[in-house]
Design a protein around this ligand. Structure first.
Ligand code: MRU
Length: 366
């Protein structure tokens, strides 16, 4: 996508080929700041501190993190350590483990002297594959948006609600949930997006709103609890969200609060779609509520809010009483029964084991 008219991905190999470039997402929307990652520890820290975040982007950055580690030491022990360090950065998004497993598969049989170039090459390929996947799932999602627009009699605006950030900032490019929205906007559909603010990290109000604004997509930021009201009043035609891990039976882990949106959508007959690249499917799991590990983050993300003061200075302030503890669950699981359909790079399918396996027949029963 473009930032200030310049094509940009969310992660890249720096032109001197000596470092990995990222956008420091903790600085958005107040400042667009890029950073260079030069070591394994810098890559791991960037993921842990959410300078990069979003399931596909975490995976892509981790793949490059393996390369950074091997540049310093390409031995078997160093490879094992890099995979372990990166694998522990965040627990819920399965793309992280998928990407690391892919790096392990490619690199383990090689001699140390061959590994550095191979790691750089495979990480770059994973990034390109992510872009192609997101573009393809966007095309499939676009058909759903076009159908909804027809169903609405092409009147007014096509009202879409999204939660968290599943745009290009959460991937290498295009995004997952936002990919069909960008394509629809570019095709001339009058899309308007209700953007959940997505407390506590505000990925909606800080990242999704920024992205959509950069691309000129009409949008409105709403508090997290507004969606149900809008749905009751016919102001949402459909919901689209991303996911951090989807089980073989179609249960979906996504940013905390997604489940409540899906319940409200079901109650109001609003279609609830989940857009996902296939590396987000965890074929080993079935019951998402019981089996998907849910990240719990520091309570300060809830008690403290960061914003820009009238003076222009960016500051963090406490918004809860001193002494009140906070519980900060980062994700929840939406059971498949609440999901209208899954949008993948191979097409759209019911959120069910049969649906997913019909698109991915090579995934034999495990
Ligand atoms: O905690 P985050 O910001 O990494 O969570 C991101 C999300 O929940 C996204 O919606 C999800 O990764 C889908 S991204 C394409």
């Amino acid at each position: 996508m473009k930032v200030h008219g310049k094509p940009t991905r969310a992660v890249w190999l720096e032109p001197d080929a000596c470092a990995v470039g990222i956008i420091d997402q903790t600085r958005l929307p107040h400042a667009f700041v890029t950073a260079r990652l030069e070591t394994l520890d810098e890559a791991a820290h960037a993921i842990r501190a959410m300078r990069v975040r979003g399931a596909p982007l975490i995976g892509a950055t981790a793949a490059y993190g393996v390369w950074l580690a091997l540049r310093a030491d390409a031995s078997d022990a160093a490879l094992t350590r890099a995979l372990a360090v990166l694998g522990e950065t965040r627990p819920t998004a399965v793309n992280l483990h998928w990407a690391l497993e892919e790096m392990r598969r490619v690199l383990t049989p090689l001699r140390p002297v061959e590994r550095v170039e191979a790691a750089k090459r495979r990480a770059a390929e994973l990034c390109d594959e992510d872009v192609a996947i997101n573009r393809a799932l966007g095309e499939h999602g676009l058909k759903l948006l076009e159908a909804a627009w027809e169903k609405k009699g092409r009147k007014g605006r096509l009202e879409v609600l999204t939660h968290c950030n599943a745009g290009w900032l959460a991937t290498v490019d295009f995004g997952t949930a936002l990919s069909p929205i960008y394509l629809a906007h570019d095709a001339g559909l009058p899309v308007h997006v209700w953007v959940d603010e997505t407390r506590p990290r505000n990925q909606g109000s800080q990242l999704t709103a920024w992205e959509l604004g950069q691309h000129g997509v009409p949008h409105t930021v709403i508090a997290d609890n507004v969606g149900g009201h809008l749905m009751q009043h016919g102001q949402v035609d459909l919901c689209i969200v991303g996911t951090d891990r989807t089980t073989a039976q179609g249960d979906v882990a996504n940013k905390i609060g997604t489940y409540l949106k899906a319940l409200a959508a079901k109650d109001n007959g609003v279609p609830f779609y989940v857009a996902l690249p296939s590396p987000t499917i965890d074929w080993r799991l079935r019951d998402g509520v019981r089996e998907i590990p849910i990240e719990q983050r520091d309570g300060s993300e809830l008690s403290d809010v960061t914003g820009r003061l009238a003076s222009g200075e960016v500051a963090t302030v406490r918004v809860t009483p001193e002494g009140s503890p906070s519980a900060n669950y980062a994700f929840d699981v939406t059971p498949a029964r609440l999901v209208t359909a899954l949008i993948t790079e191979r097409g759209v399918c019911p959120a069910s084991e049969a649906g997913l396996r019909s698109l991915f027949p090579e995934r034999a029963e495990v």
